[in-house]
Design a protein around this ligand. Structure first.
Ligand SMILES: C[S@@+](CC[C@H](N)C(=O)[O-])C[C@H]1O[C@@H](n2cnc3c(N)ncnc32)[C@H](O)[C@@H]1O
Length: 257
């Protein structure tokens, strides 16, 4: 826990020394940060991804590979981009996010629910698919979230999660650092009035385990056919899997979908 991080909206997410928060401090600081960023989130997203985020999400929905009519939860749905893409291929999305601010700014016809990724209000085995865009590194306990994803998916249900990562190639890594650690906080200050939040976003890639470990942890949670691919020189990772294990009882089990 980092006592220097202020809890809740309007506060700071990084400690005074620029340290990343952990545990409960991280949970509240991240929630407060997204509540604060929500009204400007979409515009900033397009700018910092140079418009490429739309293409990454389309790949995510294609990799999910669910048929029309499939019931899919978009975990950490934010302002609903993936919900819209899922609806566009005939799926029936439901968005879940813990930030009231992001949900209030969502532009989607999908039903939305305010919930933590580790305690989802869906019955065991109720969903055919689950997507998650740019949120894995924001969760406090990634294994608990992976287990919860396994719990709510039916056997054979599909999982596809997209997140920012650091490229393995040294040249790409340098370019990535110049953009995300140099330009993005500056743009965050100019366009969103929040350099600190846009310093957190690139720094938070440090939370994400290396890709082979991520795949192992997804398998341990109850997924098979675990695969991954990267986009844009290795700066974005897509992690996929298929739920095969028997239902894992979790904190949200027993709650009606
Ligand atoms: C970078 S935004 C991504 C939003 C959206 N998925 C997208 O692709 O644009 C990360 C989202 O994760 C949500 N989030 C972070 N931690 C969460 C948690 N523990 N439970 C639910 N949502 C969470 C935030 O509120 C925020 O909306």
């Amino acid at each position: 826990m980092n006592a220097d991080s202020v809890h809740g909206g309007g506060g700071t997410v990084l400690g005074k020394d620029g340290a990343l928060p952990e545990g409960d401090t991280k949970y509240r600081a991240v929630e407060g940060m997204f509540d604060r960023l929500a009204p400007r989130y979409d515009r900033m997203n397009r700018v910092i991804s140079l418009g490429m985020d739309k293409r990454w999400r389309k790949h995510t929905v294609a990799a999910l590979g669910v048929p029309a009519g499939a019931r899919v939860v978009d975990l950490a749905c934010g302002t609903g981009d993936l919900c819209r893409d899922l609806a566009g291929v005939g799926a029936r999305p439901v968005g879940a996010d813990f930030s009231a601010g992001m949900l209030a700014n969502a532009r989607t016809d999908a039903p939305l629910v305010r919930a933590d990724g580790a305690r989802l209000p869906f019955a065991t085995g109720a969903l055919d698919g689950l997507t998650c865009g740019f949120a894995l590194r924001n969760f406090v306990d990634l294994d608990a979230v992976f287990r919860e994803c396994a719990r709510i998916l039916r056997p054979g249900g599909r999982f596809a999660a997209l997140d920012a990562t650091v490229p393995a190639n040294p040249m790409m890594r340098m370019g990535n650092a110049v953009w995300f650690r140099g330009a993005v906080p500056l743009l965050g200050r100019m366009l969103a009035g929040d350099a600190e939040a846009y310093s957190y976003l690139p720094k938070s890639t440090a939370y994400l385990p290396a890709e082979p470990e991520l795949r192992d942890r997804l398998r341990l949670a109850g997924f098979a056919d675990v695969g991954s691919r990267t986009f844009t020189g290795g700066s974005v990772l897509l992690l996929t899997g298929t739920r095969v294990e028997a239902a894992v009882e979790g904190p949200g089990s027993g709650v009606a979908s």
